[in-house]
Design a protein around this ligand. Structure first.
Ligand SMILES: *Cc1c(COP(=O)(O)O)cnc(C)c1O
Length: 375
């Protein structure tokens, strides 16, 4: 058995090496390193895949979120509702733009924004809501979209962890995550479900005017070269990354299936252990398992990663400190926010290796040892 990793990008690459190598070489041969046809074609293919009118690639997922907030015209002091139980990027961009993060709790089973908490957090200053499809499962979008409509506050989907996932409305209509918000954002960081070989990200919207605004912001605030209408930023996806993503996008559904199969194996192995709560599969979502995250009870959680490591099994705590308690945000005084579920989850979650290349032998080794350690 090879050395286990949280994500095995090398084995994934070896299966598509000739196509990837050719794609990279042809970008080099063309010397169109920035922009050009690879980026343009990827935009079209991404928009078609997600089922929206516009996909605008950018430099990374964090930039995508920042550009989304800028495109909505948010002003310093405006409030943005986000979960605290997320990767810091969701919140960092809010602070970077001088906006005020307002944290809401997640539900204990879904790990995603609790719509009732969102409703209670709304004030006249609320100007955006950012649901995060954490670990690969959609937030409860029907409830969140209803709140968004009722109060006329735009939703920005943070789809960095759930590209390839679905959401099914109560009328049976099924759509892709990343197609429901006023704007949605994703990341092509190498370990994400659709990863490139460096940094990358994209924004998605059905709104023509917003798409223009997003393109302008990502390109130094210009529509016409050297005529700058507003302060923007420089956020581009490299053509080499676009070429790689064009090879991998048609494989994304298969990658998600492979992750789901690994998750099924884990679920089945752990289902009878009362100390382990396997991930909740929401009836409204197709979970694409960016992470496989368990909750442990009656176990010294902090000891488990050490014992796993002693058996050469990697694991991670996503995330050990929720955003509202990060020093970064001290100035906002959020450390004592009343987020009981978030506070509890921080102490009981653990994520096991999950990726597209896990074999039955590896899954069997991981589950057997995990169960021995948990007892
Ligand atoms: C990865 C991630 C981001 C940021 O993406 P980068 O490409 O790393 O900047 C934002 N939000 C969430 C939830 C993420 O997991």
């Amino acid at each position: 058995m090879q050395k286990l990793q949280m994500v095995d990008l090398r084995r994934q690459y070896l299966k598509i090496k000739p196509q990837i190598d050719d794609a990279i070489q042809s970008v080099i041969d063309s010397t169109m390193f920035i922009g050009g046809s690879e980026v343009a074609k990827l935009s079209e293919e991404l928009a078609a895949y997600i089922g929206v009118k516009h996909a605008i690639p950018c430099a990374n997922g964090t930039d995508a979120l920042q550009i989304a907030l800028m495109a909505l015209g948010l002003k310093p002091g405006d409030e943005v509702i986000t979960p605290s139980f997320t990767y810091i990027a969701t919140v960092e961009v809010v602070a970077l733009l001088g906006l005020k993060p307002v944290f809401v709790d997640v539900t204990t089973d879904s790990f995603t924004m609790d719509p009732e908490c969102v409703r209670k957090a709304i004030t006249p200053n609320t100007k955006a809501i950012i649901p995060v499809h954490l670990y690969g499962q959609s937030a409860d979008m029907e409830a969140l979209l209803a709140i968004s409509e009722e109060y006329n506050i735009p939703l920005i989907e943070d789809n960095a962890q759930a590209i390839g996932g679905n959401y099914t409305f109560s009328d049976g209509k099924t759509v892709k995550t990343g197609s429901m918000g006023r704007i949605s954002c994703t990341s092509f960081f190498p370990s994400k479900n659709l990863g490139c070989y460096g940094d990358g990200g994209a924004l998605f919207t059905n709104d023509d005017a917003l798409a223009e605004q997003i393109k302008m912001i990502a390109n130094h605030g210009q529509k016409v070269r050297y005529y700058h209408e507003m302060v923007g930023c420089n956020s581009r996806l490299d053509a080499i990354q676009a070429a790689i993503l064009r090879i991998k996008l048609p494989l994304l559904d298969g990658y998600c299936d492979a992750r789901r199969m690994a998750a099924d194996y884990y679920d089945n192995a752990f289902k009878n252990n009362p100390k382990i709560t396997t991930p909740f599969r929401a009836p409204y979502a197709r979970h694409v398992f960016h992470q496989y995250t368990l909750k442990l009870t009656g176990v010294d959680r902090d000891e488990v990663p050490k014992q796993l490591a002693a058996r050469d099994i990697p694991s991670m705590i996503y995330y050990p400190v929720p955003c509202h308690k990060q020093n970064m945000l001290k100035a906002y005084g959020t450390a004592n926010d009343n987020l009981p579920v978030t506070d509890r989850l921080q102490d009981c979650v653990i994520s096991l290796p999950i990726h597209t290349e896990l074999t039955e032998e590896e899954l069997s080794y991981i589950t057997k040892n995990f169960l021995e350690i948990i007892g």
